[in-house]
Design a binder for this molecule. Structure first.
Ligand code: FAD
Length: 739
């Protein structure tokens, strides 16, 4: 221990664990240890008892001055000198004592800080309660309370909303263009978060009054995360732009009179309908699970909403508890514990992984061991690999991981029917001569997760817009995200419900036709030089940013498609070239990432349009392609795909760049979603849930009675069991039988 440092000229004491300027011992301290003790003895009686602190003090305390009447060393100094000069054991004791003192000080200050924190929290909490009700006269427009009727169906029109006069700012906002957003999901929330305050009169219409953080939904099905940690009230998000919320469902849109028909079940259970007018409409209603025309989906669970997660959690727990009953036969137990996931995409894979975690980490601790041995998890996938939209390396990693965890992956398999207690499917043997085998699996639980399709509302709109909408899966928009077939700049569609049309060939060919006619030429006889081809390519890049990657080597493309080697591209050659590029473009993925980017894009664009509108009005510019004049087309940037595969995670950045790994990748995966979470509140709750899982495990309880069909299953289970028992007795010939 460096308790003392003694030099020939000055002796200085180094106090343990302090590193400030050291007080100097007067000449009394001698260079060699053996001389120290006698000196101490001599000076002992004349020294002051305590050594004042050498550190500067604040407040009323006085700084330390060495008392002039005691020029020699202080008692404390000398005690240290003595301690340092005695045996090593004494030094160690001193070290231990110092350590204990510091621990006690640390503990004391921690308790103090904690105490202050708790007291502060209670003070804050107490301040959030209100004793007195805030009652005051409120201005509400008569039109809001008694809307006028009109529109094609003569329904009430919600021109003024009941909170439009809640404060001065909201009153002012009534003058702004009415922006109505259908849906409160990824696309809508991204748009709301990027919209400037006060530029629009914003209204969100959605049957759900919360935003759901879907990427973490599989974690909520098994209790890794709580459901409330994944949802954010939409009114909270709207507060930033002083927006309005209507909890209802959009049924139809009358594009000519700019009215949205909305429905809601009223307090008496009746269907009530009304119109909401708009100046700008954004359709972001998402999608529904694709049933693929399979029979018996009423016996399946889906995973789209928070209610689905709740039902799944209840069902899993219910099956586990049923399996523990003494009256459950072995066969029945195996069936109840056979969990089937139909669909090997990210949602199905993540659910299977979460389920495995629950069974592996929590079940073994709290449920009878027999259950662990009898549980089986199966994934039925129609393609050759699970996660087939990811790089093959990633898919193989996930498959290997599942094989290790004994999750049964059935590839090249298609479900043909779901029955209450089994799932029927066909499996194709790989290879050119591969046959198709019909198979079935007894199951107590089936999750249907096989891609997405259009909502009824979108199908109605597509039908209404006729020829402009040719895609069966989603509403088509142009690259400015404007819904095809609607008046330009009025209606936009984003997220899962929409797809950006990639008809480069048609677009450019009609553009060239117009150009040719304008110059009095026959388009069919058009000959493009290399320079002209470069100009066309630059226009294609601007209008269709997704085609950028296919228009890199213009010279190569030119020479490749100049079939007659004339040094020019004729109309036919150009059409062939552009059609080839068209065929290489794939639709944008139906992901939160895309919906978010599109919402963000619209937010920025609407802000810019709002800024430009006074100038446009002043110049009386109302017609024309304002979006194109003011903002670039939408360009999707793929940031990569992530998936959780059971205590490990995979990341596919695209272009062959990917990685996968164990727990460190899981933490990276969590960090990404933690950062993307919608608010501080949800981040905080997610963090607490992860900590809670580590400390106490997942919540292993059901929260609501089973859904009616599960009860039917249960009745059926019990009935079939009674049937078996009766038959067994009949076989034994004890007089009882069955008819
Ligand atoms: C379990 C699960 C996990 C997922 N994981 C990922 C992931 O890890 N990464 C990723 O990028 N994507 C993921 N996705 C996909 C992602 O959730 C969707 O692509 C995204 O939600 C699409 O956003 P959206 O705004 O188009 O629609 P949604 O977010 O689905 O929102 C649609 C909104 O419209 C409302 N609505 C529906 N019908 C109407 C109507 N008629 N009128 C008014 N409102 C209506 C709904 O209530 C909802 O509020 C996952 C999806 C699921 C289900």
């Amino acid at each position: 221990m460096p308790g003392i440092v003694v030099t020939a000229r000055t002796a200085s004491v180094r106090y343990p664990l302090r590193s400030t300027a050291l007080p100097k011992l007067p000449a009394i301290a001698i260079a060699s240890r053996k001389h120290v003790l006698p000196v101490q003895r001599r000076q002992f009686a004349t020294l002051p008892a305590r050594r004042p602190s050498p550190y500067p003090v604040s407040g009323n305390a006085r700084p330390f001055h060495r008392p002039p009447e005691s020029p020699g060393p202080f008692l404390h100094d000398l005690i240290l000198v003595r301690i340092a000069s005695t045996s090593a054991q004494a030094g160690r004791k001193n070290k231990v004592f110092g350590f204990l003192t510091r621990c006690a000080a640390f503990l004391g200050s921690s308790v103090l800080v904690l105490g202050i924190g708790v007291a502060g929290f209670f003070l804050y909490d107490a301040s959030t309660y209100k004793e007195e009700a805030e009652l005051a006269d409120i201005n509400v427009s008569d039109l809001a309370l008694d809307p006028r009727r009109g529109g094609p169906k003569n329904l009430p029109i919600a021109e003024v909303l009941i909170d439009d006069n809640d404060n001065e700012e909201m009153e002012k906002q009534q003058e702004k263009p009415k922006l109505v957003i259908l849906g409160g999901g990824w696309g809508s929330v991204a748009l709301l978060k990027h919209l400037n305050l006060g530029e629009y009169h914003v209204t969100v219409i959605s049957p759900h009054n919360y935003f759901l953080f879907t990427p973490m939904l599989p974690s909520a099905t098994v209790g890794t995360l709580e459901m409330r940690s994944l949802v954010e009230p939409i009114r909270r998000v709207l507060a930033r732009v002083r927006g309005h919320f209507i909890r209802a469902q959009a049924e139809d849109v009358d594009f000519s009179s700019k009215l949205i028909e909305v429905s809601q079940t009223d307090a008496h259970g009746n269907d009530s309908r009304f119109y909401v007018p708009y100046d700008k409409l954004v359709i972001a209603v998402g999608s529904v699970t694709n049933p693929h025309g399979v029979k018996g989906l009423e016996y399946c669970h889906f995973l789209k909403d928070i209610d689905d997660a709740r039902k799944i959690r209840n069902s899993v727990m219910h099956n586990l508890e049923l399996s523990c009953l003494p009256t459950t036969s072995d066969e029945e137990r195996r069936r109840l514990l056979s969990f089937v996931v139909s669909g090997g995409g990210p949602t199905g894979v993540e659910f299977a992984a979460e389920l495995f975690d629950l069974l592996n980490e929590d079940l073994t601790r709290r449920f009878p061991k027999l259950l662990r041995n009898e549980i089986s998890v199966h994934i039925i996938q129609s393609r050759g690999h699970i996660l087939n939209t990811y790089d093959e390396q990633v898919s193989k990693y996930a498959e290997a991981r599942f094989a290790r965890d004994q999750i049964n992956v059935l590839t090249n398999s298609r479900v043909s029917e779901v029955q209450p207690d089994r799932i029927v499917f066909t499996q194709k043997t790989p290879g050119p001569d591969g046959g198709i085998t019909a198979k079935e699996l007894p199951t107590g639980f089936c999750l249907w997760s096989t891609g997405v399709s259009q909502t009824d509302f979108c199908q109605r709109l597509a039908a209404q817009l006729g020829q402009s909408q040719t895609n069966k899966r989603a509403l088509e928009t142009d690259t400015h995200l404007r819904l095809n077939g609607t008046p330009m700049g009025d209606v936009y569609a984003i997220g899962d419900c929409a797809t950006v049309q990639n008809n480069i060939a048609n677009h450019i060919v009609s553009f060239l036709r117009k150009l040719a006619w304008k110059h009095g030429k026959d388009p069919e006889k058009l000959q493009l030089s290399f320079q002209e081809w470069r100009a066309v390519a630059s226009d294609v890049r601007k209008r269709f940013p997704q085609a950028m990657g296919h228009l890199r080597r213009l010279d190569k493309l030119f020479s490749e498609y100049d079939k007659d080697k004339s040094g020019t591209l004729d109309f036919g050659e150009l059409r062939e070239l552009l059609t080839e590029i068209d065929s290489k473009l794939t639709s944008l993925p139906a992901t939160a990432q895309r919906a978010h980017q599109q919402g963000q894009y619209l937010g920025h664009k609407f802000n810019k349009l709002a800024h430009a509108s006074p100038g446009l009005k002043a110049n009386d510019i109302r017609e024309g392609d304002l979006d194109d004049a003011i903002f670039n087309t939408f360009e999707y940037r793929h940031l990569g795909s992530l998936a959780y595969v059971g205590n490990s995670a995979v990341f596919d950045r695209g272009g062959g760049w990917n990685f996968s790994g164990g727990l460190w990748a899981v933490y990276a995966w969590r960090s990404v979603y933690f950062a993307q979470s919608v608010s501080f509140r949800t981040r905080f709750l997610m963090m607490m849930d992860w900590a809670k899982r580590g400390l106490f495990g997942r919540g292993k309880y059901s929260m609501r009675p089973q859904s009616p069909w599960s009860c039917q299953c249960l009745t059926r289970v019990v009935t079939s069991r009674s049937y078996e028992l009766l038959r067994a007795k009949a076989k034994q010939g004890n007089g009882e039988g069955i008819s």
